[in-house]
Structures are given as C-alpha cells and as structure tokens.
Design a protein around this ligand. Sequence first.
Ligand code: GLY
Length: 398
Amino acid sequence: MPDYKKIIILLNLCFLIPFAAEARSQNEYGWVKNALERSEEQLLTAAEKYKCVKKNPRTFENGTAKFAGTNDWTCGFFPGTLWYLFEITKQEKFKTEADYYTELLKCVQYRKDTHDLGFMLYCSFGNGYRITGNEAYRSVLLTGANSLMTRFHPEIGLIKSWDNRNNWQYPVIIDNMINLEFLCEVSKLTKDESYKSTSIKHANKTLENHFRPDNSCFHVVNYDSITGNVISKVTHQGFSNSSSWARGQGWALYGYTMMYRETKDPKYLVQAQKVAEFILHNPNLPKDKIPYWDFNAPNIPNEPRDASAGALYASALIELSGYVPNGTEYLNAAEQMLKNLSSPEYFANKGENGLFILKHSTGNWPAKKEIDVPLNYADYYYIEALGRFIKVKNINIP
Ligand code: GLY
C-alpha cells in the first residue's frame, strides 16, 4: 500500500475512534434514556389526572390512589420529582406541573409540630427555588426553616422528631438527618450560620448515639427531655429494636454523605462509608441489591422488598462515590441498583401502578401499612439518582 493511503487510513481512524467510543458509551446507557422517557410519560399523566384532587399523590393500594395532605411527611416528594424532571429534560410542561403541586403546600411553612419540614419543603420549594430562582419560594423556605428551628433544644443538642408518640420523651429518628440539608441550604441563602451550626450539632449527637458497633443504626433514640441523656434505643418501622430497618440505613447513608458535602468534616465521610460497607457487604442484601424491608426480617428471602430504600441508596452512593478514592465500587453498586429498578421487575408498565414509576416499596411493615406498593419517595429518589447518574456519566439526553 502506498504511504499516502496508509496516512489517510490512519487519519480516518484517529477521527472515527473517538466517535465510535462515544456512540458505544451512549448505547450502553440506552436503559437510562428509556427509563427517563417512560418516567416522564408516567408522571405527566399522573400530574394531569390527579390535579382535581388538589393534593399530592402518595401511594396506590388495593386499586386506589392515596394522597398526601399538608400534614403528611411525604407531601413534598411528588412536586420534587416533577422539578427534577424539569431540570433534566428542560421541558416547560414539567415546570408548570411542578409549580402547581408545589403551591399546594404553602401552609406547611408554619408547622411547628413536626421535624419533617425538610422532606416537605426542601424537596418541593427548595428544588423549585434552586431551579427557577422564584423569590416567593425563597420566602417559604426561610419561614419553614425558622419553624423547624423551634424544635431544636440547645441543651439536648438535637431537633425533636415527633411529639406525643409512644410515651417517648424526646424521640429523634435517623430520618431526621435529611432535614439538615434544608437548614444548611437556608444558611447559604441567608448568610446566617445558625441554621448550619444547628445541623452540625444534631449530626454530631446522632453520630454519638444512633450507631451500633457493626455500623448499622437504630431507628429511634429516645432522650430524656430534661437531662438529654439517652433513655432507650428502639424501632418504629423496623422489625425489632435490634434489627436494621432498610430505609433507616438509607437515611443514615444519605444524611452523612450530605453533611460531608456541606461541611467537609471527615468524620461524616467516614460514617457514610461505614454505613455503605454495612449495606453493600451485608449477606442479606439480595443479588439485585434492592433490600428487603429490614436486613433482619425473619423470613428472608420471603420478605417484601423496599424499592424506596434501593433508590435512596443509589442516589446517596452516586454522591459518595465522588468523595472517596474507592468511589468506583459505590458507583458500580448504584448503577446495578438503578438498572434493576429500571427493569420490568420494579418499573411499572405504562398507565399502571396508580401512575407511579416504581413498584415494590414497603412503607410501614409493623403497622401493616403500605406493604409492596408504590411510594412517592421511591420515585423521588429514583429520579434524583437517575439525574445524578446522567451527570456523572455525562450521558446525552435529547
Ligand atoms: N420518614 C419516615 C419513613 O421513612 O418512612
């Protein structure tokens, strides 16, 4: 072959190889695009269908859709998922729906009887403000954060989770870690450090008292409301006081990963990694990495799964993978979880499942409520995780 021909072939190869590699990697993530498109379709239909109810959809049980009023900790997830879909797809129709379902929750900002204000307001108004800069949303966030701060007791050093439940004096649940993201964000918005320093105090005391030597966590720690001493360490939604409730481990993983992001304090990163180790190397984590509702549920493998915990793990692990040198293990595990959640085993057929995306979540097994059902927070963390995965892998979304 003459030299000039060799040079032409070489030049062509140099030009084509990167394109071929790019095309291969985009094909590899066809499942992401497919899952996203089907989620868009499902949730848009839900948003249109449920508008007349004037409440956010929560679950679908025994053939009936159930809705979350403004006293329900899950009321912010549906609008939050719509905000994520708007952010990922840039399609105006998601913004219109997200605005509508967010506005329904304005009165939540004044509630002082629950710690769940982060879930309720940050997922809805928080995402809405971050994405659109709508000043009215900012004002709701500030009022809501002040309401949440009233639940912090300086001597105890914790935000109280629940009032008047089970004769507990000052119960703090691991879920409460998620509300700290809301407070950290409000510190940034207002340049007032007090919200963030409250979060740090809460995270530190939780670190001290919520974890077991095997790095799993209790669901509830009940403190003495005067001395701040620990009275008992128990469960509310897990199988037993000594078991590891799957979603609770997820709140811990997500919570300490997020607190590391906000503070760069290495002890939070270490804790997040310890929780990740507990989850990922647990002999009771199924092969598809979507957990049973409790790691110590008595009839494993004949126990319901909790897809909401799987979605939560996936989202947290993607973030955590960016903070540590062994991040590929976490990212690969998250990819496996997301891929499985996007398969027909967990992903609902179009128009079914009460128009939720994921099947097979468990809300509250001990109360025999919401077992093997869709849940709005499973969909929220699934779409959040999908968005994070798209970003990390640089996947082109049309
Ligand atoms: N925050 C309550 C739950 O995870 O079910």
